[in-house]
Write a protein that binds this ligand. Structure first.
Ligand code: SAM
Length: 259
């Protein structure tokens, strides 16, 4: 890890420098030695180095050419993919019959987008261990009727089992970020949704984009007759549980709303 290239703020580069924290993160990965680990944003290799010792099959995806060169020198046997994780074809990370675990001290400027990518590929992923802003982790865990409850909470709770493992203070990073962080674990053992991901997203986004309005108003743009006998559309978006969003979307699908 020594003498790595200078960090770039624009790429969210806050590197872990605390060996106890690095060990704690790697110890929290719910994987076996032979499983595939996909690391998002290895940077100078703070977590990568230890994972490379513990696991046989680590793939590290990094956007910064300088870090890619540095990693290749430090870890000649490491599989490194020099790509933007949001533009990558994630099917290249998946191997049939091999458990896949995603790990990352995420670049915070794209936390939500990475999260939605992980959720999109959940059927091929066993777990994700992601360091993010504490505030985002709390939004993911939020309960209905709270101010943090929103799109991230509904989708993540429906598509995975999320758990905050521990908080992480700024001083274990170099340079320190100006927010607190948390490590979130997602496991993917839930049965298939009763509706399509795409339609669920449409309904949830529409509802929360006008979160102060009644659902009857917020969902007007669906241009459909809402099943008022089965759901209460006088409520606001934040009052519906994730489960209710799934049921509502499935019912709207049956009614032909999206065809
Ligand atoms: N894993 C290292 C650590 O813990 O010290 C670095 C973590 S740093 C918070 C985030 C890393 O993600 C940086 O190395 C950054 O270059 C990389 N990154 C930023 N945007 C990315 C993108 N779109 N695709 C892949 N990697 C990205």
């Amino acid at each position: 890890m020594a003498n790595h290239p200078r960090t770039k703020k624009s790429l969210g580069q806050h590197f872990l420098k605390d060996t106890n924290m690095i060990r704690k993160i790697v110890d929290s990965i719910p994987a076996q030695k032979g499983d595939r680990i996909v690391e998002i944003g290895p940077g100078a290799g703070a977590i990568t180095g230890l994972m490379h010792q513990v696991y046989d099959d680590v793939v590290a995806v990094e956007i910064d050419q300088r870090m890619v060169e540095h990693l290749a020198e430090e870890y000649p046997n490491l599989k490194i993919v020099h790509e933007d994780i949001l533009k990558s074809d994630w099917s290249q990370f998946i191997i049939a019959d091999k458990p896949v675990h995603v790990v990352g001290n995420l670049p915070y400027y794209i936390t939500s987008q990475i999260l939605f990518k992980v959720l999109e590929y959940r059927k091929h992923i066993n777990s994700a261990l992601l360091m993010m802003q504490k505030e985002v982790a709390e939004r993911i865990m939020a309960e209905p009727r709270s101010k943090e409850y929103g799109i991230l909470s509904v989708q993540t709770q429906l598509m995975s089992t999320p758990e905050i493992l521990f908080d992480v203070p700024p001083d274990v990073f170099s340079p320190p970020p100006n927010v607190n962080s948390a490590v979130l674990k997602l496991t993917f053992e839930k049965p298939d949704l009763k509706c399509s991901d795409k339609n669920l997203k449409t309904v949830v986004r529409m509802a929360f984009n006008q979160r102060r309005k009644k659902l009857s108003n917020a969902l007007k743009r669906l241009e459909t007759e809402l099943p008022e006998d089965e759901f209460d559309f006088n409520l606001r978006a934040e009052a519906l549980t994730p489960d209710k969003y799934e049921k509502l979307t499935a019912r709207l699908e049956q009614l032909g709303t999206f065809s």
